[in-house]
Design a protein around this ligand. Structure first.
Ligand code: PMP
Length: 408
């Protein structure tokens, strides 16, 4: 099949070193371009010192590099006020931060927290636990038959008691893209709730503009968008962030420490206790520049071409169920099952053909329960994927079906 990759495989050392590898698990974590790895190494080789601490030039260099990284990433996701972009360990930590800090201060008995049935556990469990801790009620919005949020039910569920609406932008398990504008319109017209969006699967694939979205918090992870593991982002509205209590305490996040109490530093430092992960932030900024160079419109067009091609061919196999809406309303992933073959067995056989896919509940057990399955097989594409990956996937699936038919 003749779909070329958008980014040269040669730019990705792991892929270049393994030409026979078909990496179709980018929704779990993306491969890394040399430009990002070089930036990481360059920081430690040329600018390594603890940011914000020293009065010497090297520390100022590290501080500037960290500051520039924040500005670059803020621009990439449409955040004009870069100090409202907090570095975290990833989406999981970002969600826990909002649940603990904003949730802990504002949610109480009788309040309602709204999530959907499609959420990743990172955007489900923190809210469930907040509700259990505070005596609030967790309301779960169900899905349409093609696994997108049911807007009619959302309309019914949102009311004066709703304090938080936490929803994913793109589902990691089946790829559905949430119609965020509709969600925002419904929530804003019926409540004063804060809207928290999980952008872990959206920022790698779609052009995101936080300031234009009219939401309150947005979270994502660096490692899914060509960046390193261990760095992620929480963006929030300044007014909310300034009013929120700190999430963690320690160095850097304080203004004054008296014997009996303390005061807090300004944004973003109030939410970045301890030595910051400056090197990974710098590397993530390099990854973002690389994606910018490809163009997010091209990234999206490329993944749609791959998804449509892969879906048409996978659907043509006997006994296949594909989950989620049509490819054009999905991002990144093709989630499916083959009759009589457990997804885990499938993934193991595909691995023998050099094809890496994910099998499991994709950290979305509430969704799996609603689909009536314990697991699905998931192939996910990114900028370095090409038609040969689709060929390899279909070839390996065919081989797996033949194997299981023989074993029967
Ligand atoms: N939300 C979604 C939709 C995800 O896909 C993931 C990662 N699989 C997360 C949240 C959690 O991200 P992380 O593990 O990087 O914190």
């Amino acid at each position: 099949m003749s779909i070329a990759s958008l980014a040269p495989r040669a730019d990705f050392p792991l892929l270049a070193a393994n030409p026979a590898l078909h990496y179709l698990d980018s929704a779990a974590t993306s491969q890394k371009p040399a430009a990002m790895l070089d930036a990481l190494r360059h920081f430690y080789e040329t600018s390594n010192a603890n940011p914000h601490r020293g009065a010497y030039a090297l520390s100022a260099l590290a501080t500037d590099a960290y500051h520039d990284a924040r500005a670059t990433i803020a621009r990439f996701v449409g955040v004009a006020d870069a100090d409202c972009l907090i570095f975290t360990r990833g989406t999981t930590e970002s969600m826990n931060l909002v649940a603990s800090s904003w949730g802990g201060a504002h949610v109480g008995p009788g309040d309602e927290i709204v999530v959907s049935a499609i959420e990743h556990h990172a955007n489900f469990v923190p809210w469930q636990q907040l509700a259990l801790r505070t005596g609030a009620t967790l309301r779960i919005v169900e899905l349409t038959s093609t696994q997108t949020i049911d807007l009619d039910m959302l309309r019914d569920v949102i009311g004066a008691r709703t304090k938080i609406v936490a929803i994913t932008h793109v589902s990691n398990a089946v790829g559905s893209i949430t119609p965020l504008q509709d969600v925002v319109r419904i929530v804003r017209s019926r409540s004063a709730a804060v809207i928290v969006v999980d952008g872990a699967q959206a920022v790698p694939h779609l052009a995101v503009n936080f300031d234009a979205l009219d939401i309150d918090f947005y979270a994502f992870s660096g490692h899914k968008l060509l960046g390193p593991m261990g760095i992620g982002v929480l963006v929030g509205r300044r007014k909310l962030l300034e009013a929120m209590p700190p999430y963690q305490f320690g160095g850097d996040m304080i203004e004054w420490v008296r014997d009996a109490d303390s005061t807090w530093n300004v944004l973003p430092h109030k939410f970045e206790a301890g030595t910051p992960n400056a090197a990974d932030a710098v590397a993530l900024a390099a990854a973002v520049r690389y994606l910018d160079g490809l163009g997010m419109a091209n990234v999206r067009a490329h993944e749609i071409a791959l998804l449509e091609a892969a879906e048409a061919r996978v659907r043509a196999l006997p006994g296949v169920t594909v989950y989620g809406p049509p490819a054009a309303q999905r991002s990144g992933v093709l989630s499916f099952s083959l009759a009589d073959v457990h997804p885990h067995d499938l993934a193991t056989i595909l691995d023998q053909h050099g094809v890496c896919i994910r099998a499991g509940h994709h950290c979305a057990q509430p969704l799996m329960r609603r689909l009536g399955v314990s697991a699905t097989a998931r192939a996910s594409f990114y900028v370095y994927s090409d038609g040969s990956d689709v060929d390899a996937l279909v070839g390996a699936l065919t081989a797996a079906q033949q194997l299981f038919a023989t074993v029967d």
